[in-house]
Write a protein that binds this ligand. Sequence first.
Ligand SMILES: Cc1cc2nc3c(=O)[nH]c(=O)nc-3n(C[C@H](O)[C@H](O)[C@H](O)COP(=O)(O)OP(=O)(O)OC[C@H]3O[C@@H](n4cnc5c(N)ncnc54)[C@H](O)[C@@H]3O)c2cc1C
Length: 397
Amino acid sequence: MAVAVVGAGPYGLATACHLQAARVRLRVFGRTMESWRAHMPDGMLLQTVPAASAIAAPRHGYALADFRTARGLAEAGDDRPVPLAEYVDYGRWFQEHLVPELEQGPVRRIRATAGGFRLLLDSGEEPFAASVVLATGAVPYAYVPRVLRTCAAQGLASHTSRHRDLRRFTGERVAVLGAGQSALECATLLHEARARPTVVARTSAVLFDPPPPSGTADRSRLQGPGSPLGRGRPLLGAVSRGGTAYRRLPAPLRMELLRAVPRPSGAWWLKERAAGRFPVLCGRTLITAEPGYGVVRLRLLDEHGWPEDLVVDHVLAATGYRVDIRRLDVLDPGLRRSLRVFAGAPVLTNGFESSTPGLYFTGLAAAPSFGPLLRFVTGTGFAARRVTAAVTAAKGR
Ligand SMILES: Cc1cc2nc3c(=O)[nH]c(=O)nc-3n(C[C@H](O)[C@H](O)[C@H](O)COP(=O)(O)OP(=O)(O)OC[C@H]3O[C@@H](n4cnc5c(N)ncnc54)[C@H](O)[C@@H]3O)c2cc1C
């Protein structure tokens, strides 16, 4: 096999079908849209508009709108948020049509060997690949603040990616840490499941994106009216225009932008369901979390340094993902140690290749190199084209 693509989420699927179109021999491993099926809450709606949620294909006809047409569903505009279940069906449809050869199962280990890599599959097979594209997503990098780790070990705190069904918290007091879409949507779903959420945010206010304008949509632009990423995110639009230019910025500035863009906010359609429905404590920093008698006592400091206690039954960390390839168990420890790393992420070339020739990273692990675009499905086209060009060029090396 020339190339192994590991991962069958949007980035793995997009890469696989672009490589196929370039007539590269490949095998693709992973369970279709597994992160979306197993690590996101039931009832979730996508934050990005349909036009920005398409998985990139090498030819026309595989966007979300095409999927809806194929299923006999009415056309839907940017003012209709996409339900998670529909998006998972879209991903499956995309995979069945464009990556039918996907081998539904994990790769257990990848180690470097002469001229390439040796993969270990569940079956015990150990195929050789000249190149490997890792599209293993964000789940291995789920970030739980250190202060919560004792509670997490006792089952009193957890990351949002651990929960599909938030109804298990019905009747319970839940502190939701964060101010982004995940925090605000989880708190809303908890409230709707008759749990008692309290959002605890470091920011001085929680924000919601403005709704998309109705009528004429200029989808050619990343930002502004009809923007695929949504309105009210000017910096994200600017930063997302040039992944190549982003990579040339000094590394500390790249990390700073990655932290700041996009600013945490809720989707426009969430405001009506969230605002005023549950307590939101803004400007609070979590200092300690003490477990005891089946509950957690949180010590918070407000913007003026005044302490305040909050007692809850569970703490839900909607605190995002931090790339740290030391946590990527699929890579043999020797291979992991040999990679050049910056702030936990692999250092990548313009073609997404790591310091180990033939090993490529795409999706979130490439965001510190190419910017926030890589955190969203709308970055799949840029990444898949780059990886394909690099892999085909490497064949001739
Ligand atoms: C709650 C939430 C909401 C989001 N909403 C949006 C949104 O509205 N719009 C948007 O653009 N983005 C959204 N995102 C971000 C979105 O998840 C990513 O942009 C997208 O999923 C990245 O695709 P990916 O293929 O890199 O990763 P994933 O979708 O995570 O896919 C990774 C795949 O790799 C597989 N895998 C992992 N390890 C192995 C292995 N060893 N062997 C084989 N397979 C393996 C997994 O099973 C999975 O199928 C959201 C993220 C979260 C957490």
